[in-house]
Design a protein around this ligand. Structure first.
Ligand SMILES: C[S@@+](CC[C@H](N)C(=O)[O-])C[C@H]1O[C@@H](n2cnc3c(N)ncnc32)[C@H](O)[C@@H]1O
Length: 353
């Protein structure tokens, strides 16, 4: 029996890898440009990803069944210029196309922010879909929300599945019946950072939003009021400040990729207190295992988890890919999960660190 294999491109700290390994697949290759991410990845998975995708010789990558890529979204604005899929100087997305062309995986799983669908009135997204189709893949895509996959986080991301043999059917993915609430994911004990009551205002009659969020109050530090229209201090979207405080009886807003100090605050009704969400809680609401070894830098840890992928969403997606028999050539054997203790620890020599 052959084990299905994958390449983890733009690997970050390995959110995809956690999910695919849990589903019994084996990682044969990874690539990630950030030295800090590579170090965390190596600590957890026992191998150091290759560096910049533009410097990788794709011919040397082993043959794999699946390519996963939560690719960076910044370069899309030049997508529409169609620099050519084989041109290594083109956008990051076209490296994925080139890799697909050379390695011919049976399935490609891509993930990005929901906004990708709307950049330049959707024309960038259409270019990407056309590019995948022109490589002779069926392409399906859907927005999936982490809160429908057992995590208390309203995190919507677009998932694209390109498949060689037949189209992937997203409707076969069963969302969880019960939405989890933040309360069940909190740490019992930690060095909690509570706010002084003078630092926040609670609102009357908070209501649960359709998203599952329950906005209960906002921080009222005077520094954030400078230049801000009165009574709009709590509108984090307007002021790009996560000033809002949410109830632990609902879900958490998306952990953003740009965050480096973790300004996420929650209200605990039993204690009638407001505290910061701990970094461990952030990793939990992304579906990372308890034993995951984070970066020693707290600001890196926040950035890395905000950039990562909700692992439970990917796990369900991969299970559906296997159930729909999209990997024809391999019969998938479920590998036992290797505990962190069993992994061979390697000497870390990370270029750039
Ligand atoms: C959205 S994040 C993906 C995170 C990943 N899915 C995870 O679970 O952590 C995109 C990643 O691509 C990496 N990246 C950006 N440009 C790259 C390049 N030229 N070559 C390799 N990796 C790159 C970034 O450092 C970042 O970690």
């Amino acid at each position: 029996m052959t084990v299905a294999t994958f390449a983890d491109i733009f690997a970050g700290i390995g959110g995809f890898r956690i999910a695919l390994e849990k589903a019994g697949l084996q990682c044969l290759y990874s690539c990630e440009i950030s030295p800090e991410c590579r170090q965390v990845y190596a600590q957890n998975f026992g191998d150091v990803p290759e560096i910049d995708i533009s410097e990788v010789d794709f011919e040397k990558i082993p043959n794999i069944n699946i390519i996963t890529a939560g690719f960076p979204c910044q370069p899309f604005s030049i997508c529409g210029k169609r620099k050519g899929f084989a041109d290594k100087r083109g956008t990051i997305f076209f490296y994925i196309c080139e890799l697909i062309k050379i390695k011919q995986p049976e399935v490609v799983i891509l993930e990005n922010v929901k906004h990708l669908l709307h950049v330049e009135k959707g024309s960038n997204f259409r270019v990407m879909i056309n590019a995948l189709e022109s490589l002779n893949y069926f392409v399906s895509y859907q927005i999936l929300n982490a809160k429908d996959f057992g995590l208390p986080q309203n995190r919507e991301r677009v998932f694209i599945v390109a498949s060689k043999h037949k189209p992937f059917d997203f409707s076969q993915i069963e969302p969880e019946q019960n939405i989890q609430i933040l309360k069940s994911f909190l740490c019992d004990r930690a060095n909690f950072e509570y706010l002084d009551p003078s630092e926040y205002t609670l609102i009357e009659n908070p209501k649960k939003q359709d998203s599952g969020l329950i906005f209960v109050g906002y921080r009222n530090k005077s520094i954030w009021k400078t230049g801000i229209r009165p009574n709009t201090e709590h509108l984090s979207r307007v002021h790009r400040q996560p000033n809002r405080i949410y109830s632990v009886g609902g879900v958490h807003p998306t952990l953003p990729s740009q965050e480096s100090s973790g300004r996420f605050f929650i209200y605990l009704p039993e204690e009638d207190r407001v505290r910061k969400l701990t970094i461990q809680e952030c990793y939990r609401i992304m579906g990372f295992p308890e034993h995951f070894k984070r970066s020693q830098s707290l600001s890196e840890s926040y950035k890395q988890i905000g950039n990562s992928v909700a692992t439970t969403v990917v796990y369900k997606l991969v299970k559906a890919i296997l159930q729909q028999d999209l990997l024809h050539k391999s019969s998938v054997q479920t590998l036992p999960l290797v505990s962190p203790k069993q992994r061979k620890l390697i000497q870390l020599t990370i270029p750039g660190l």
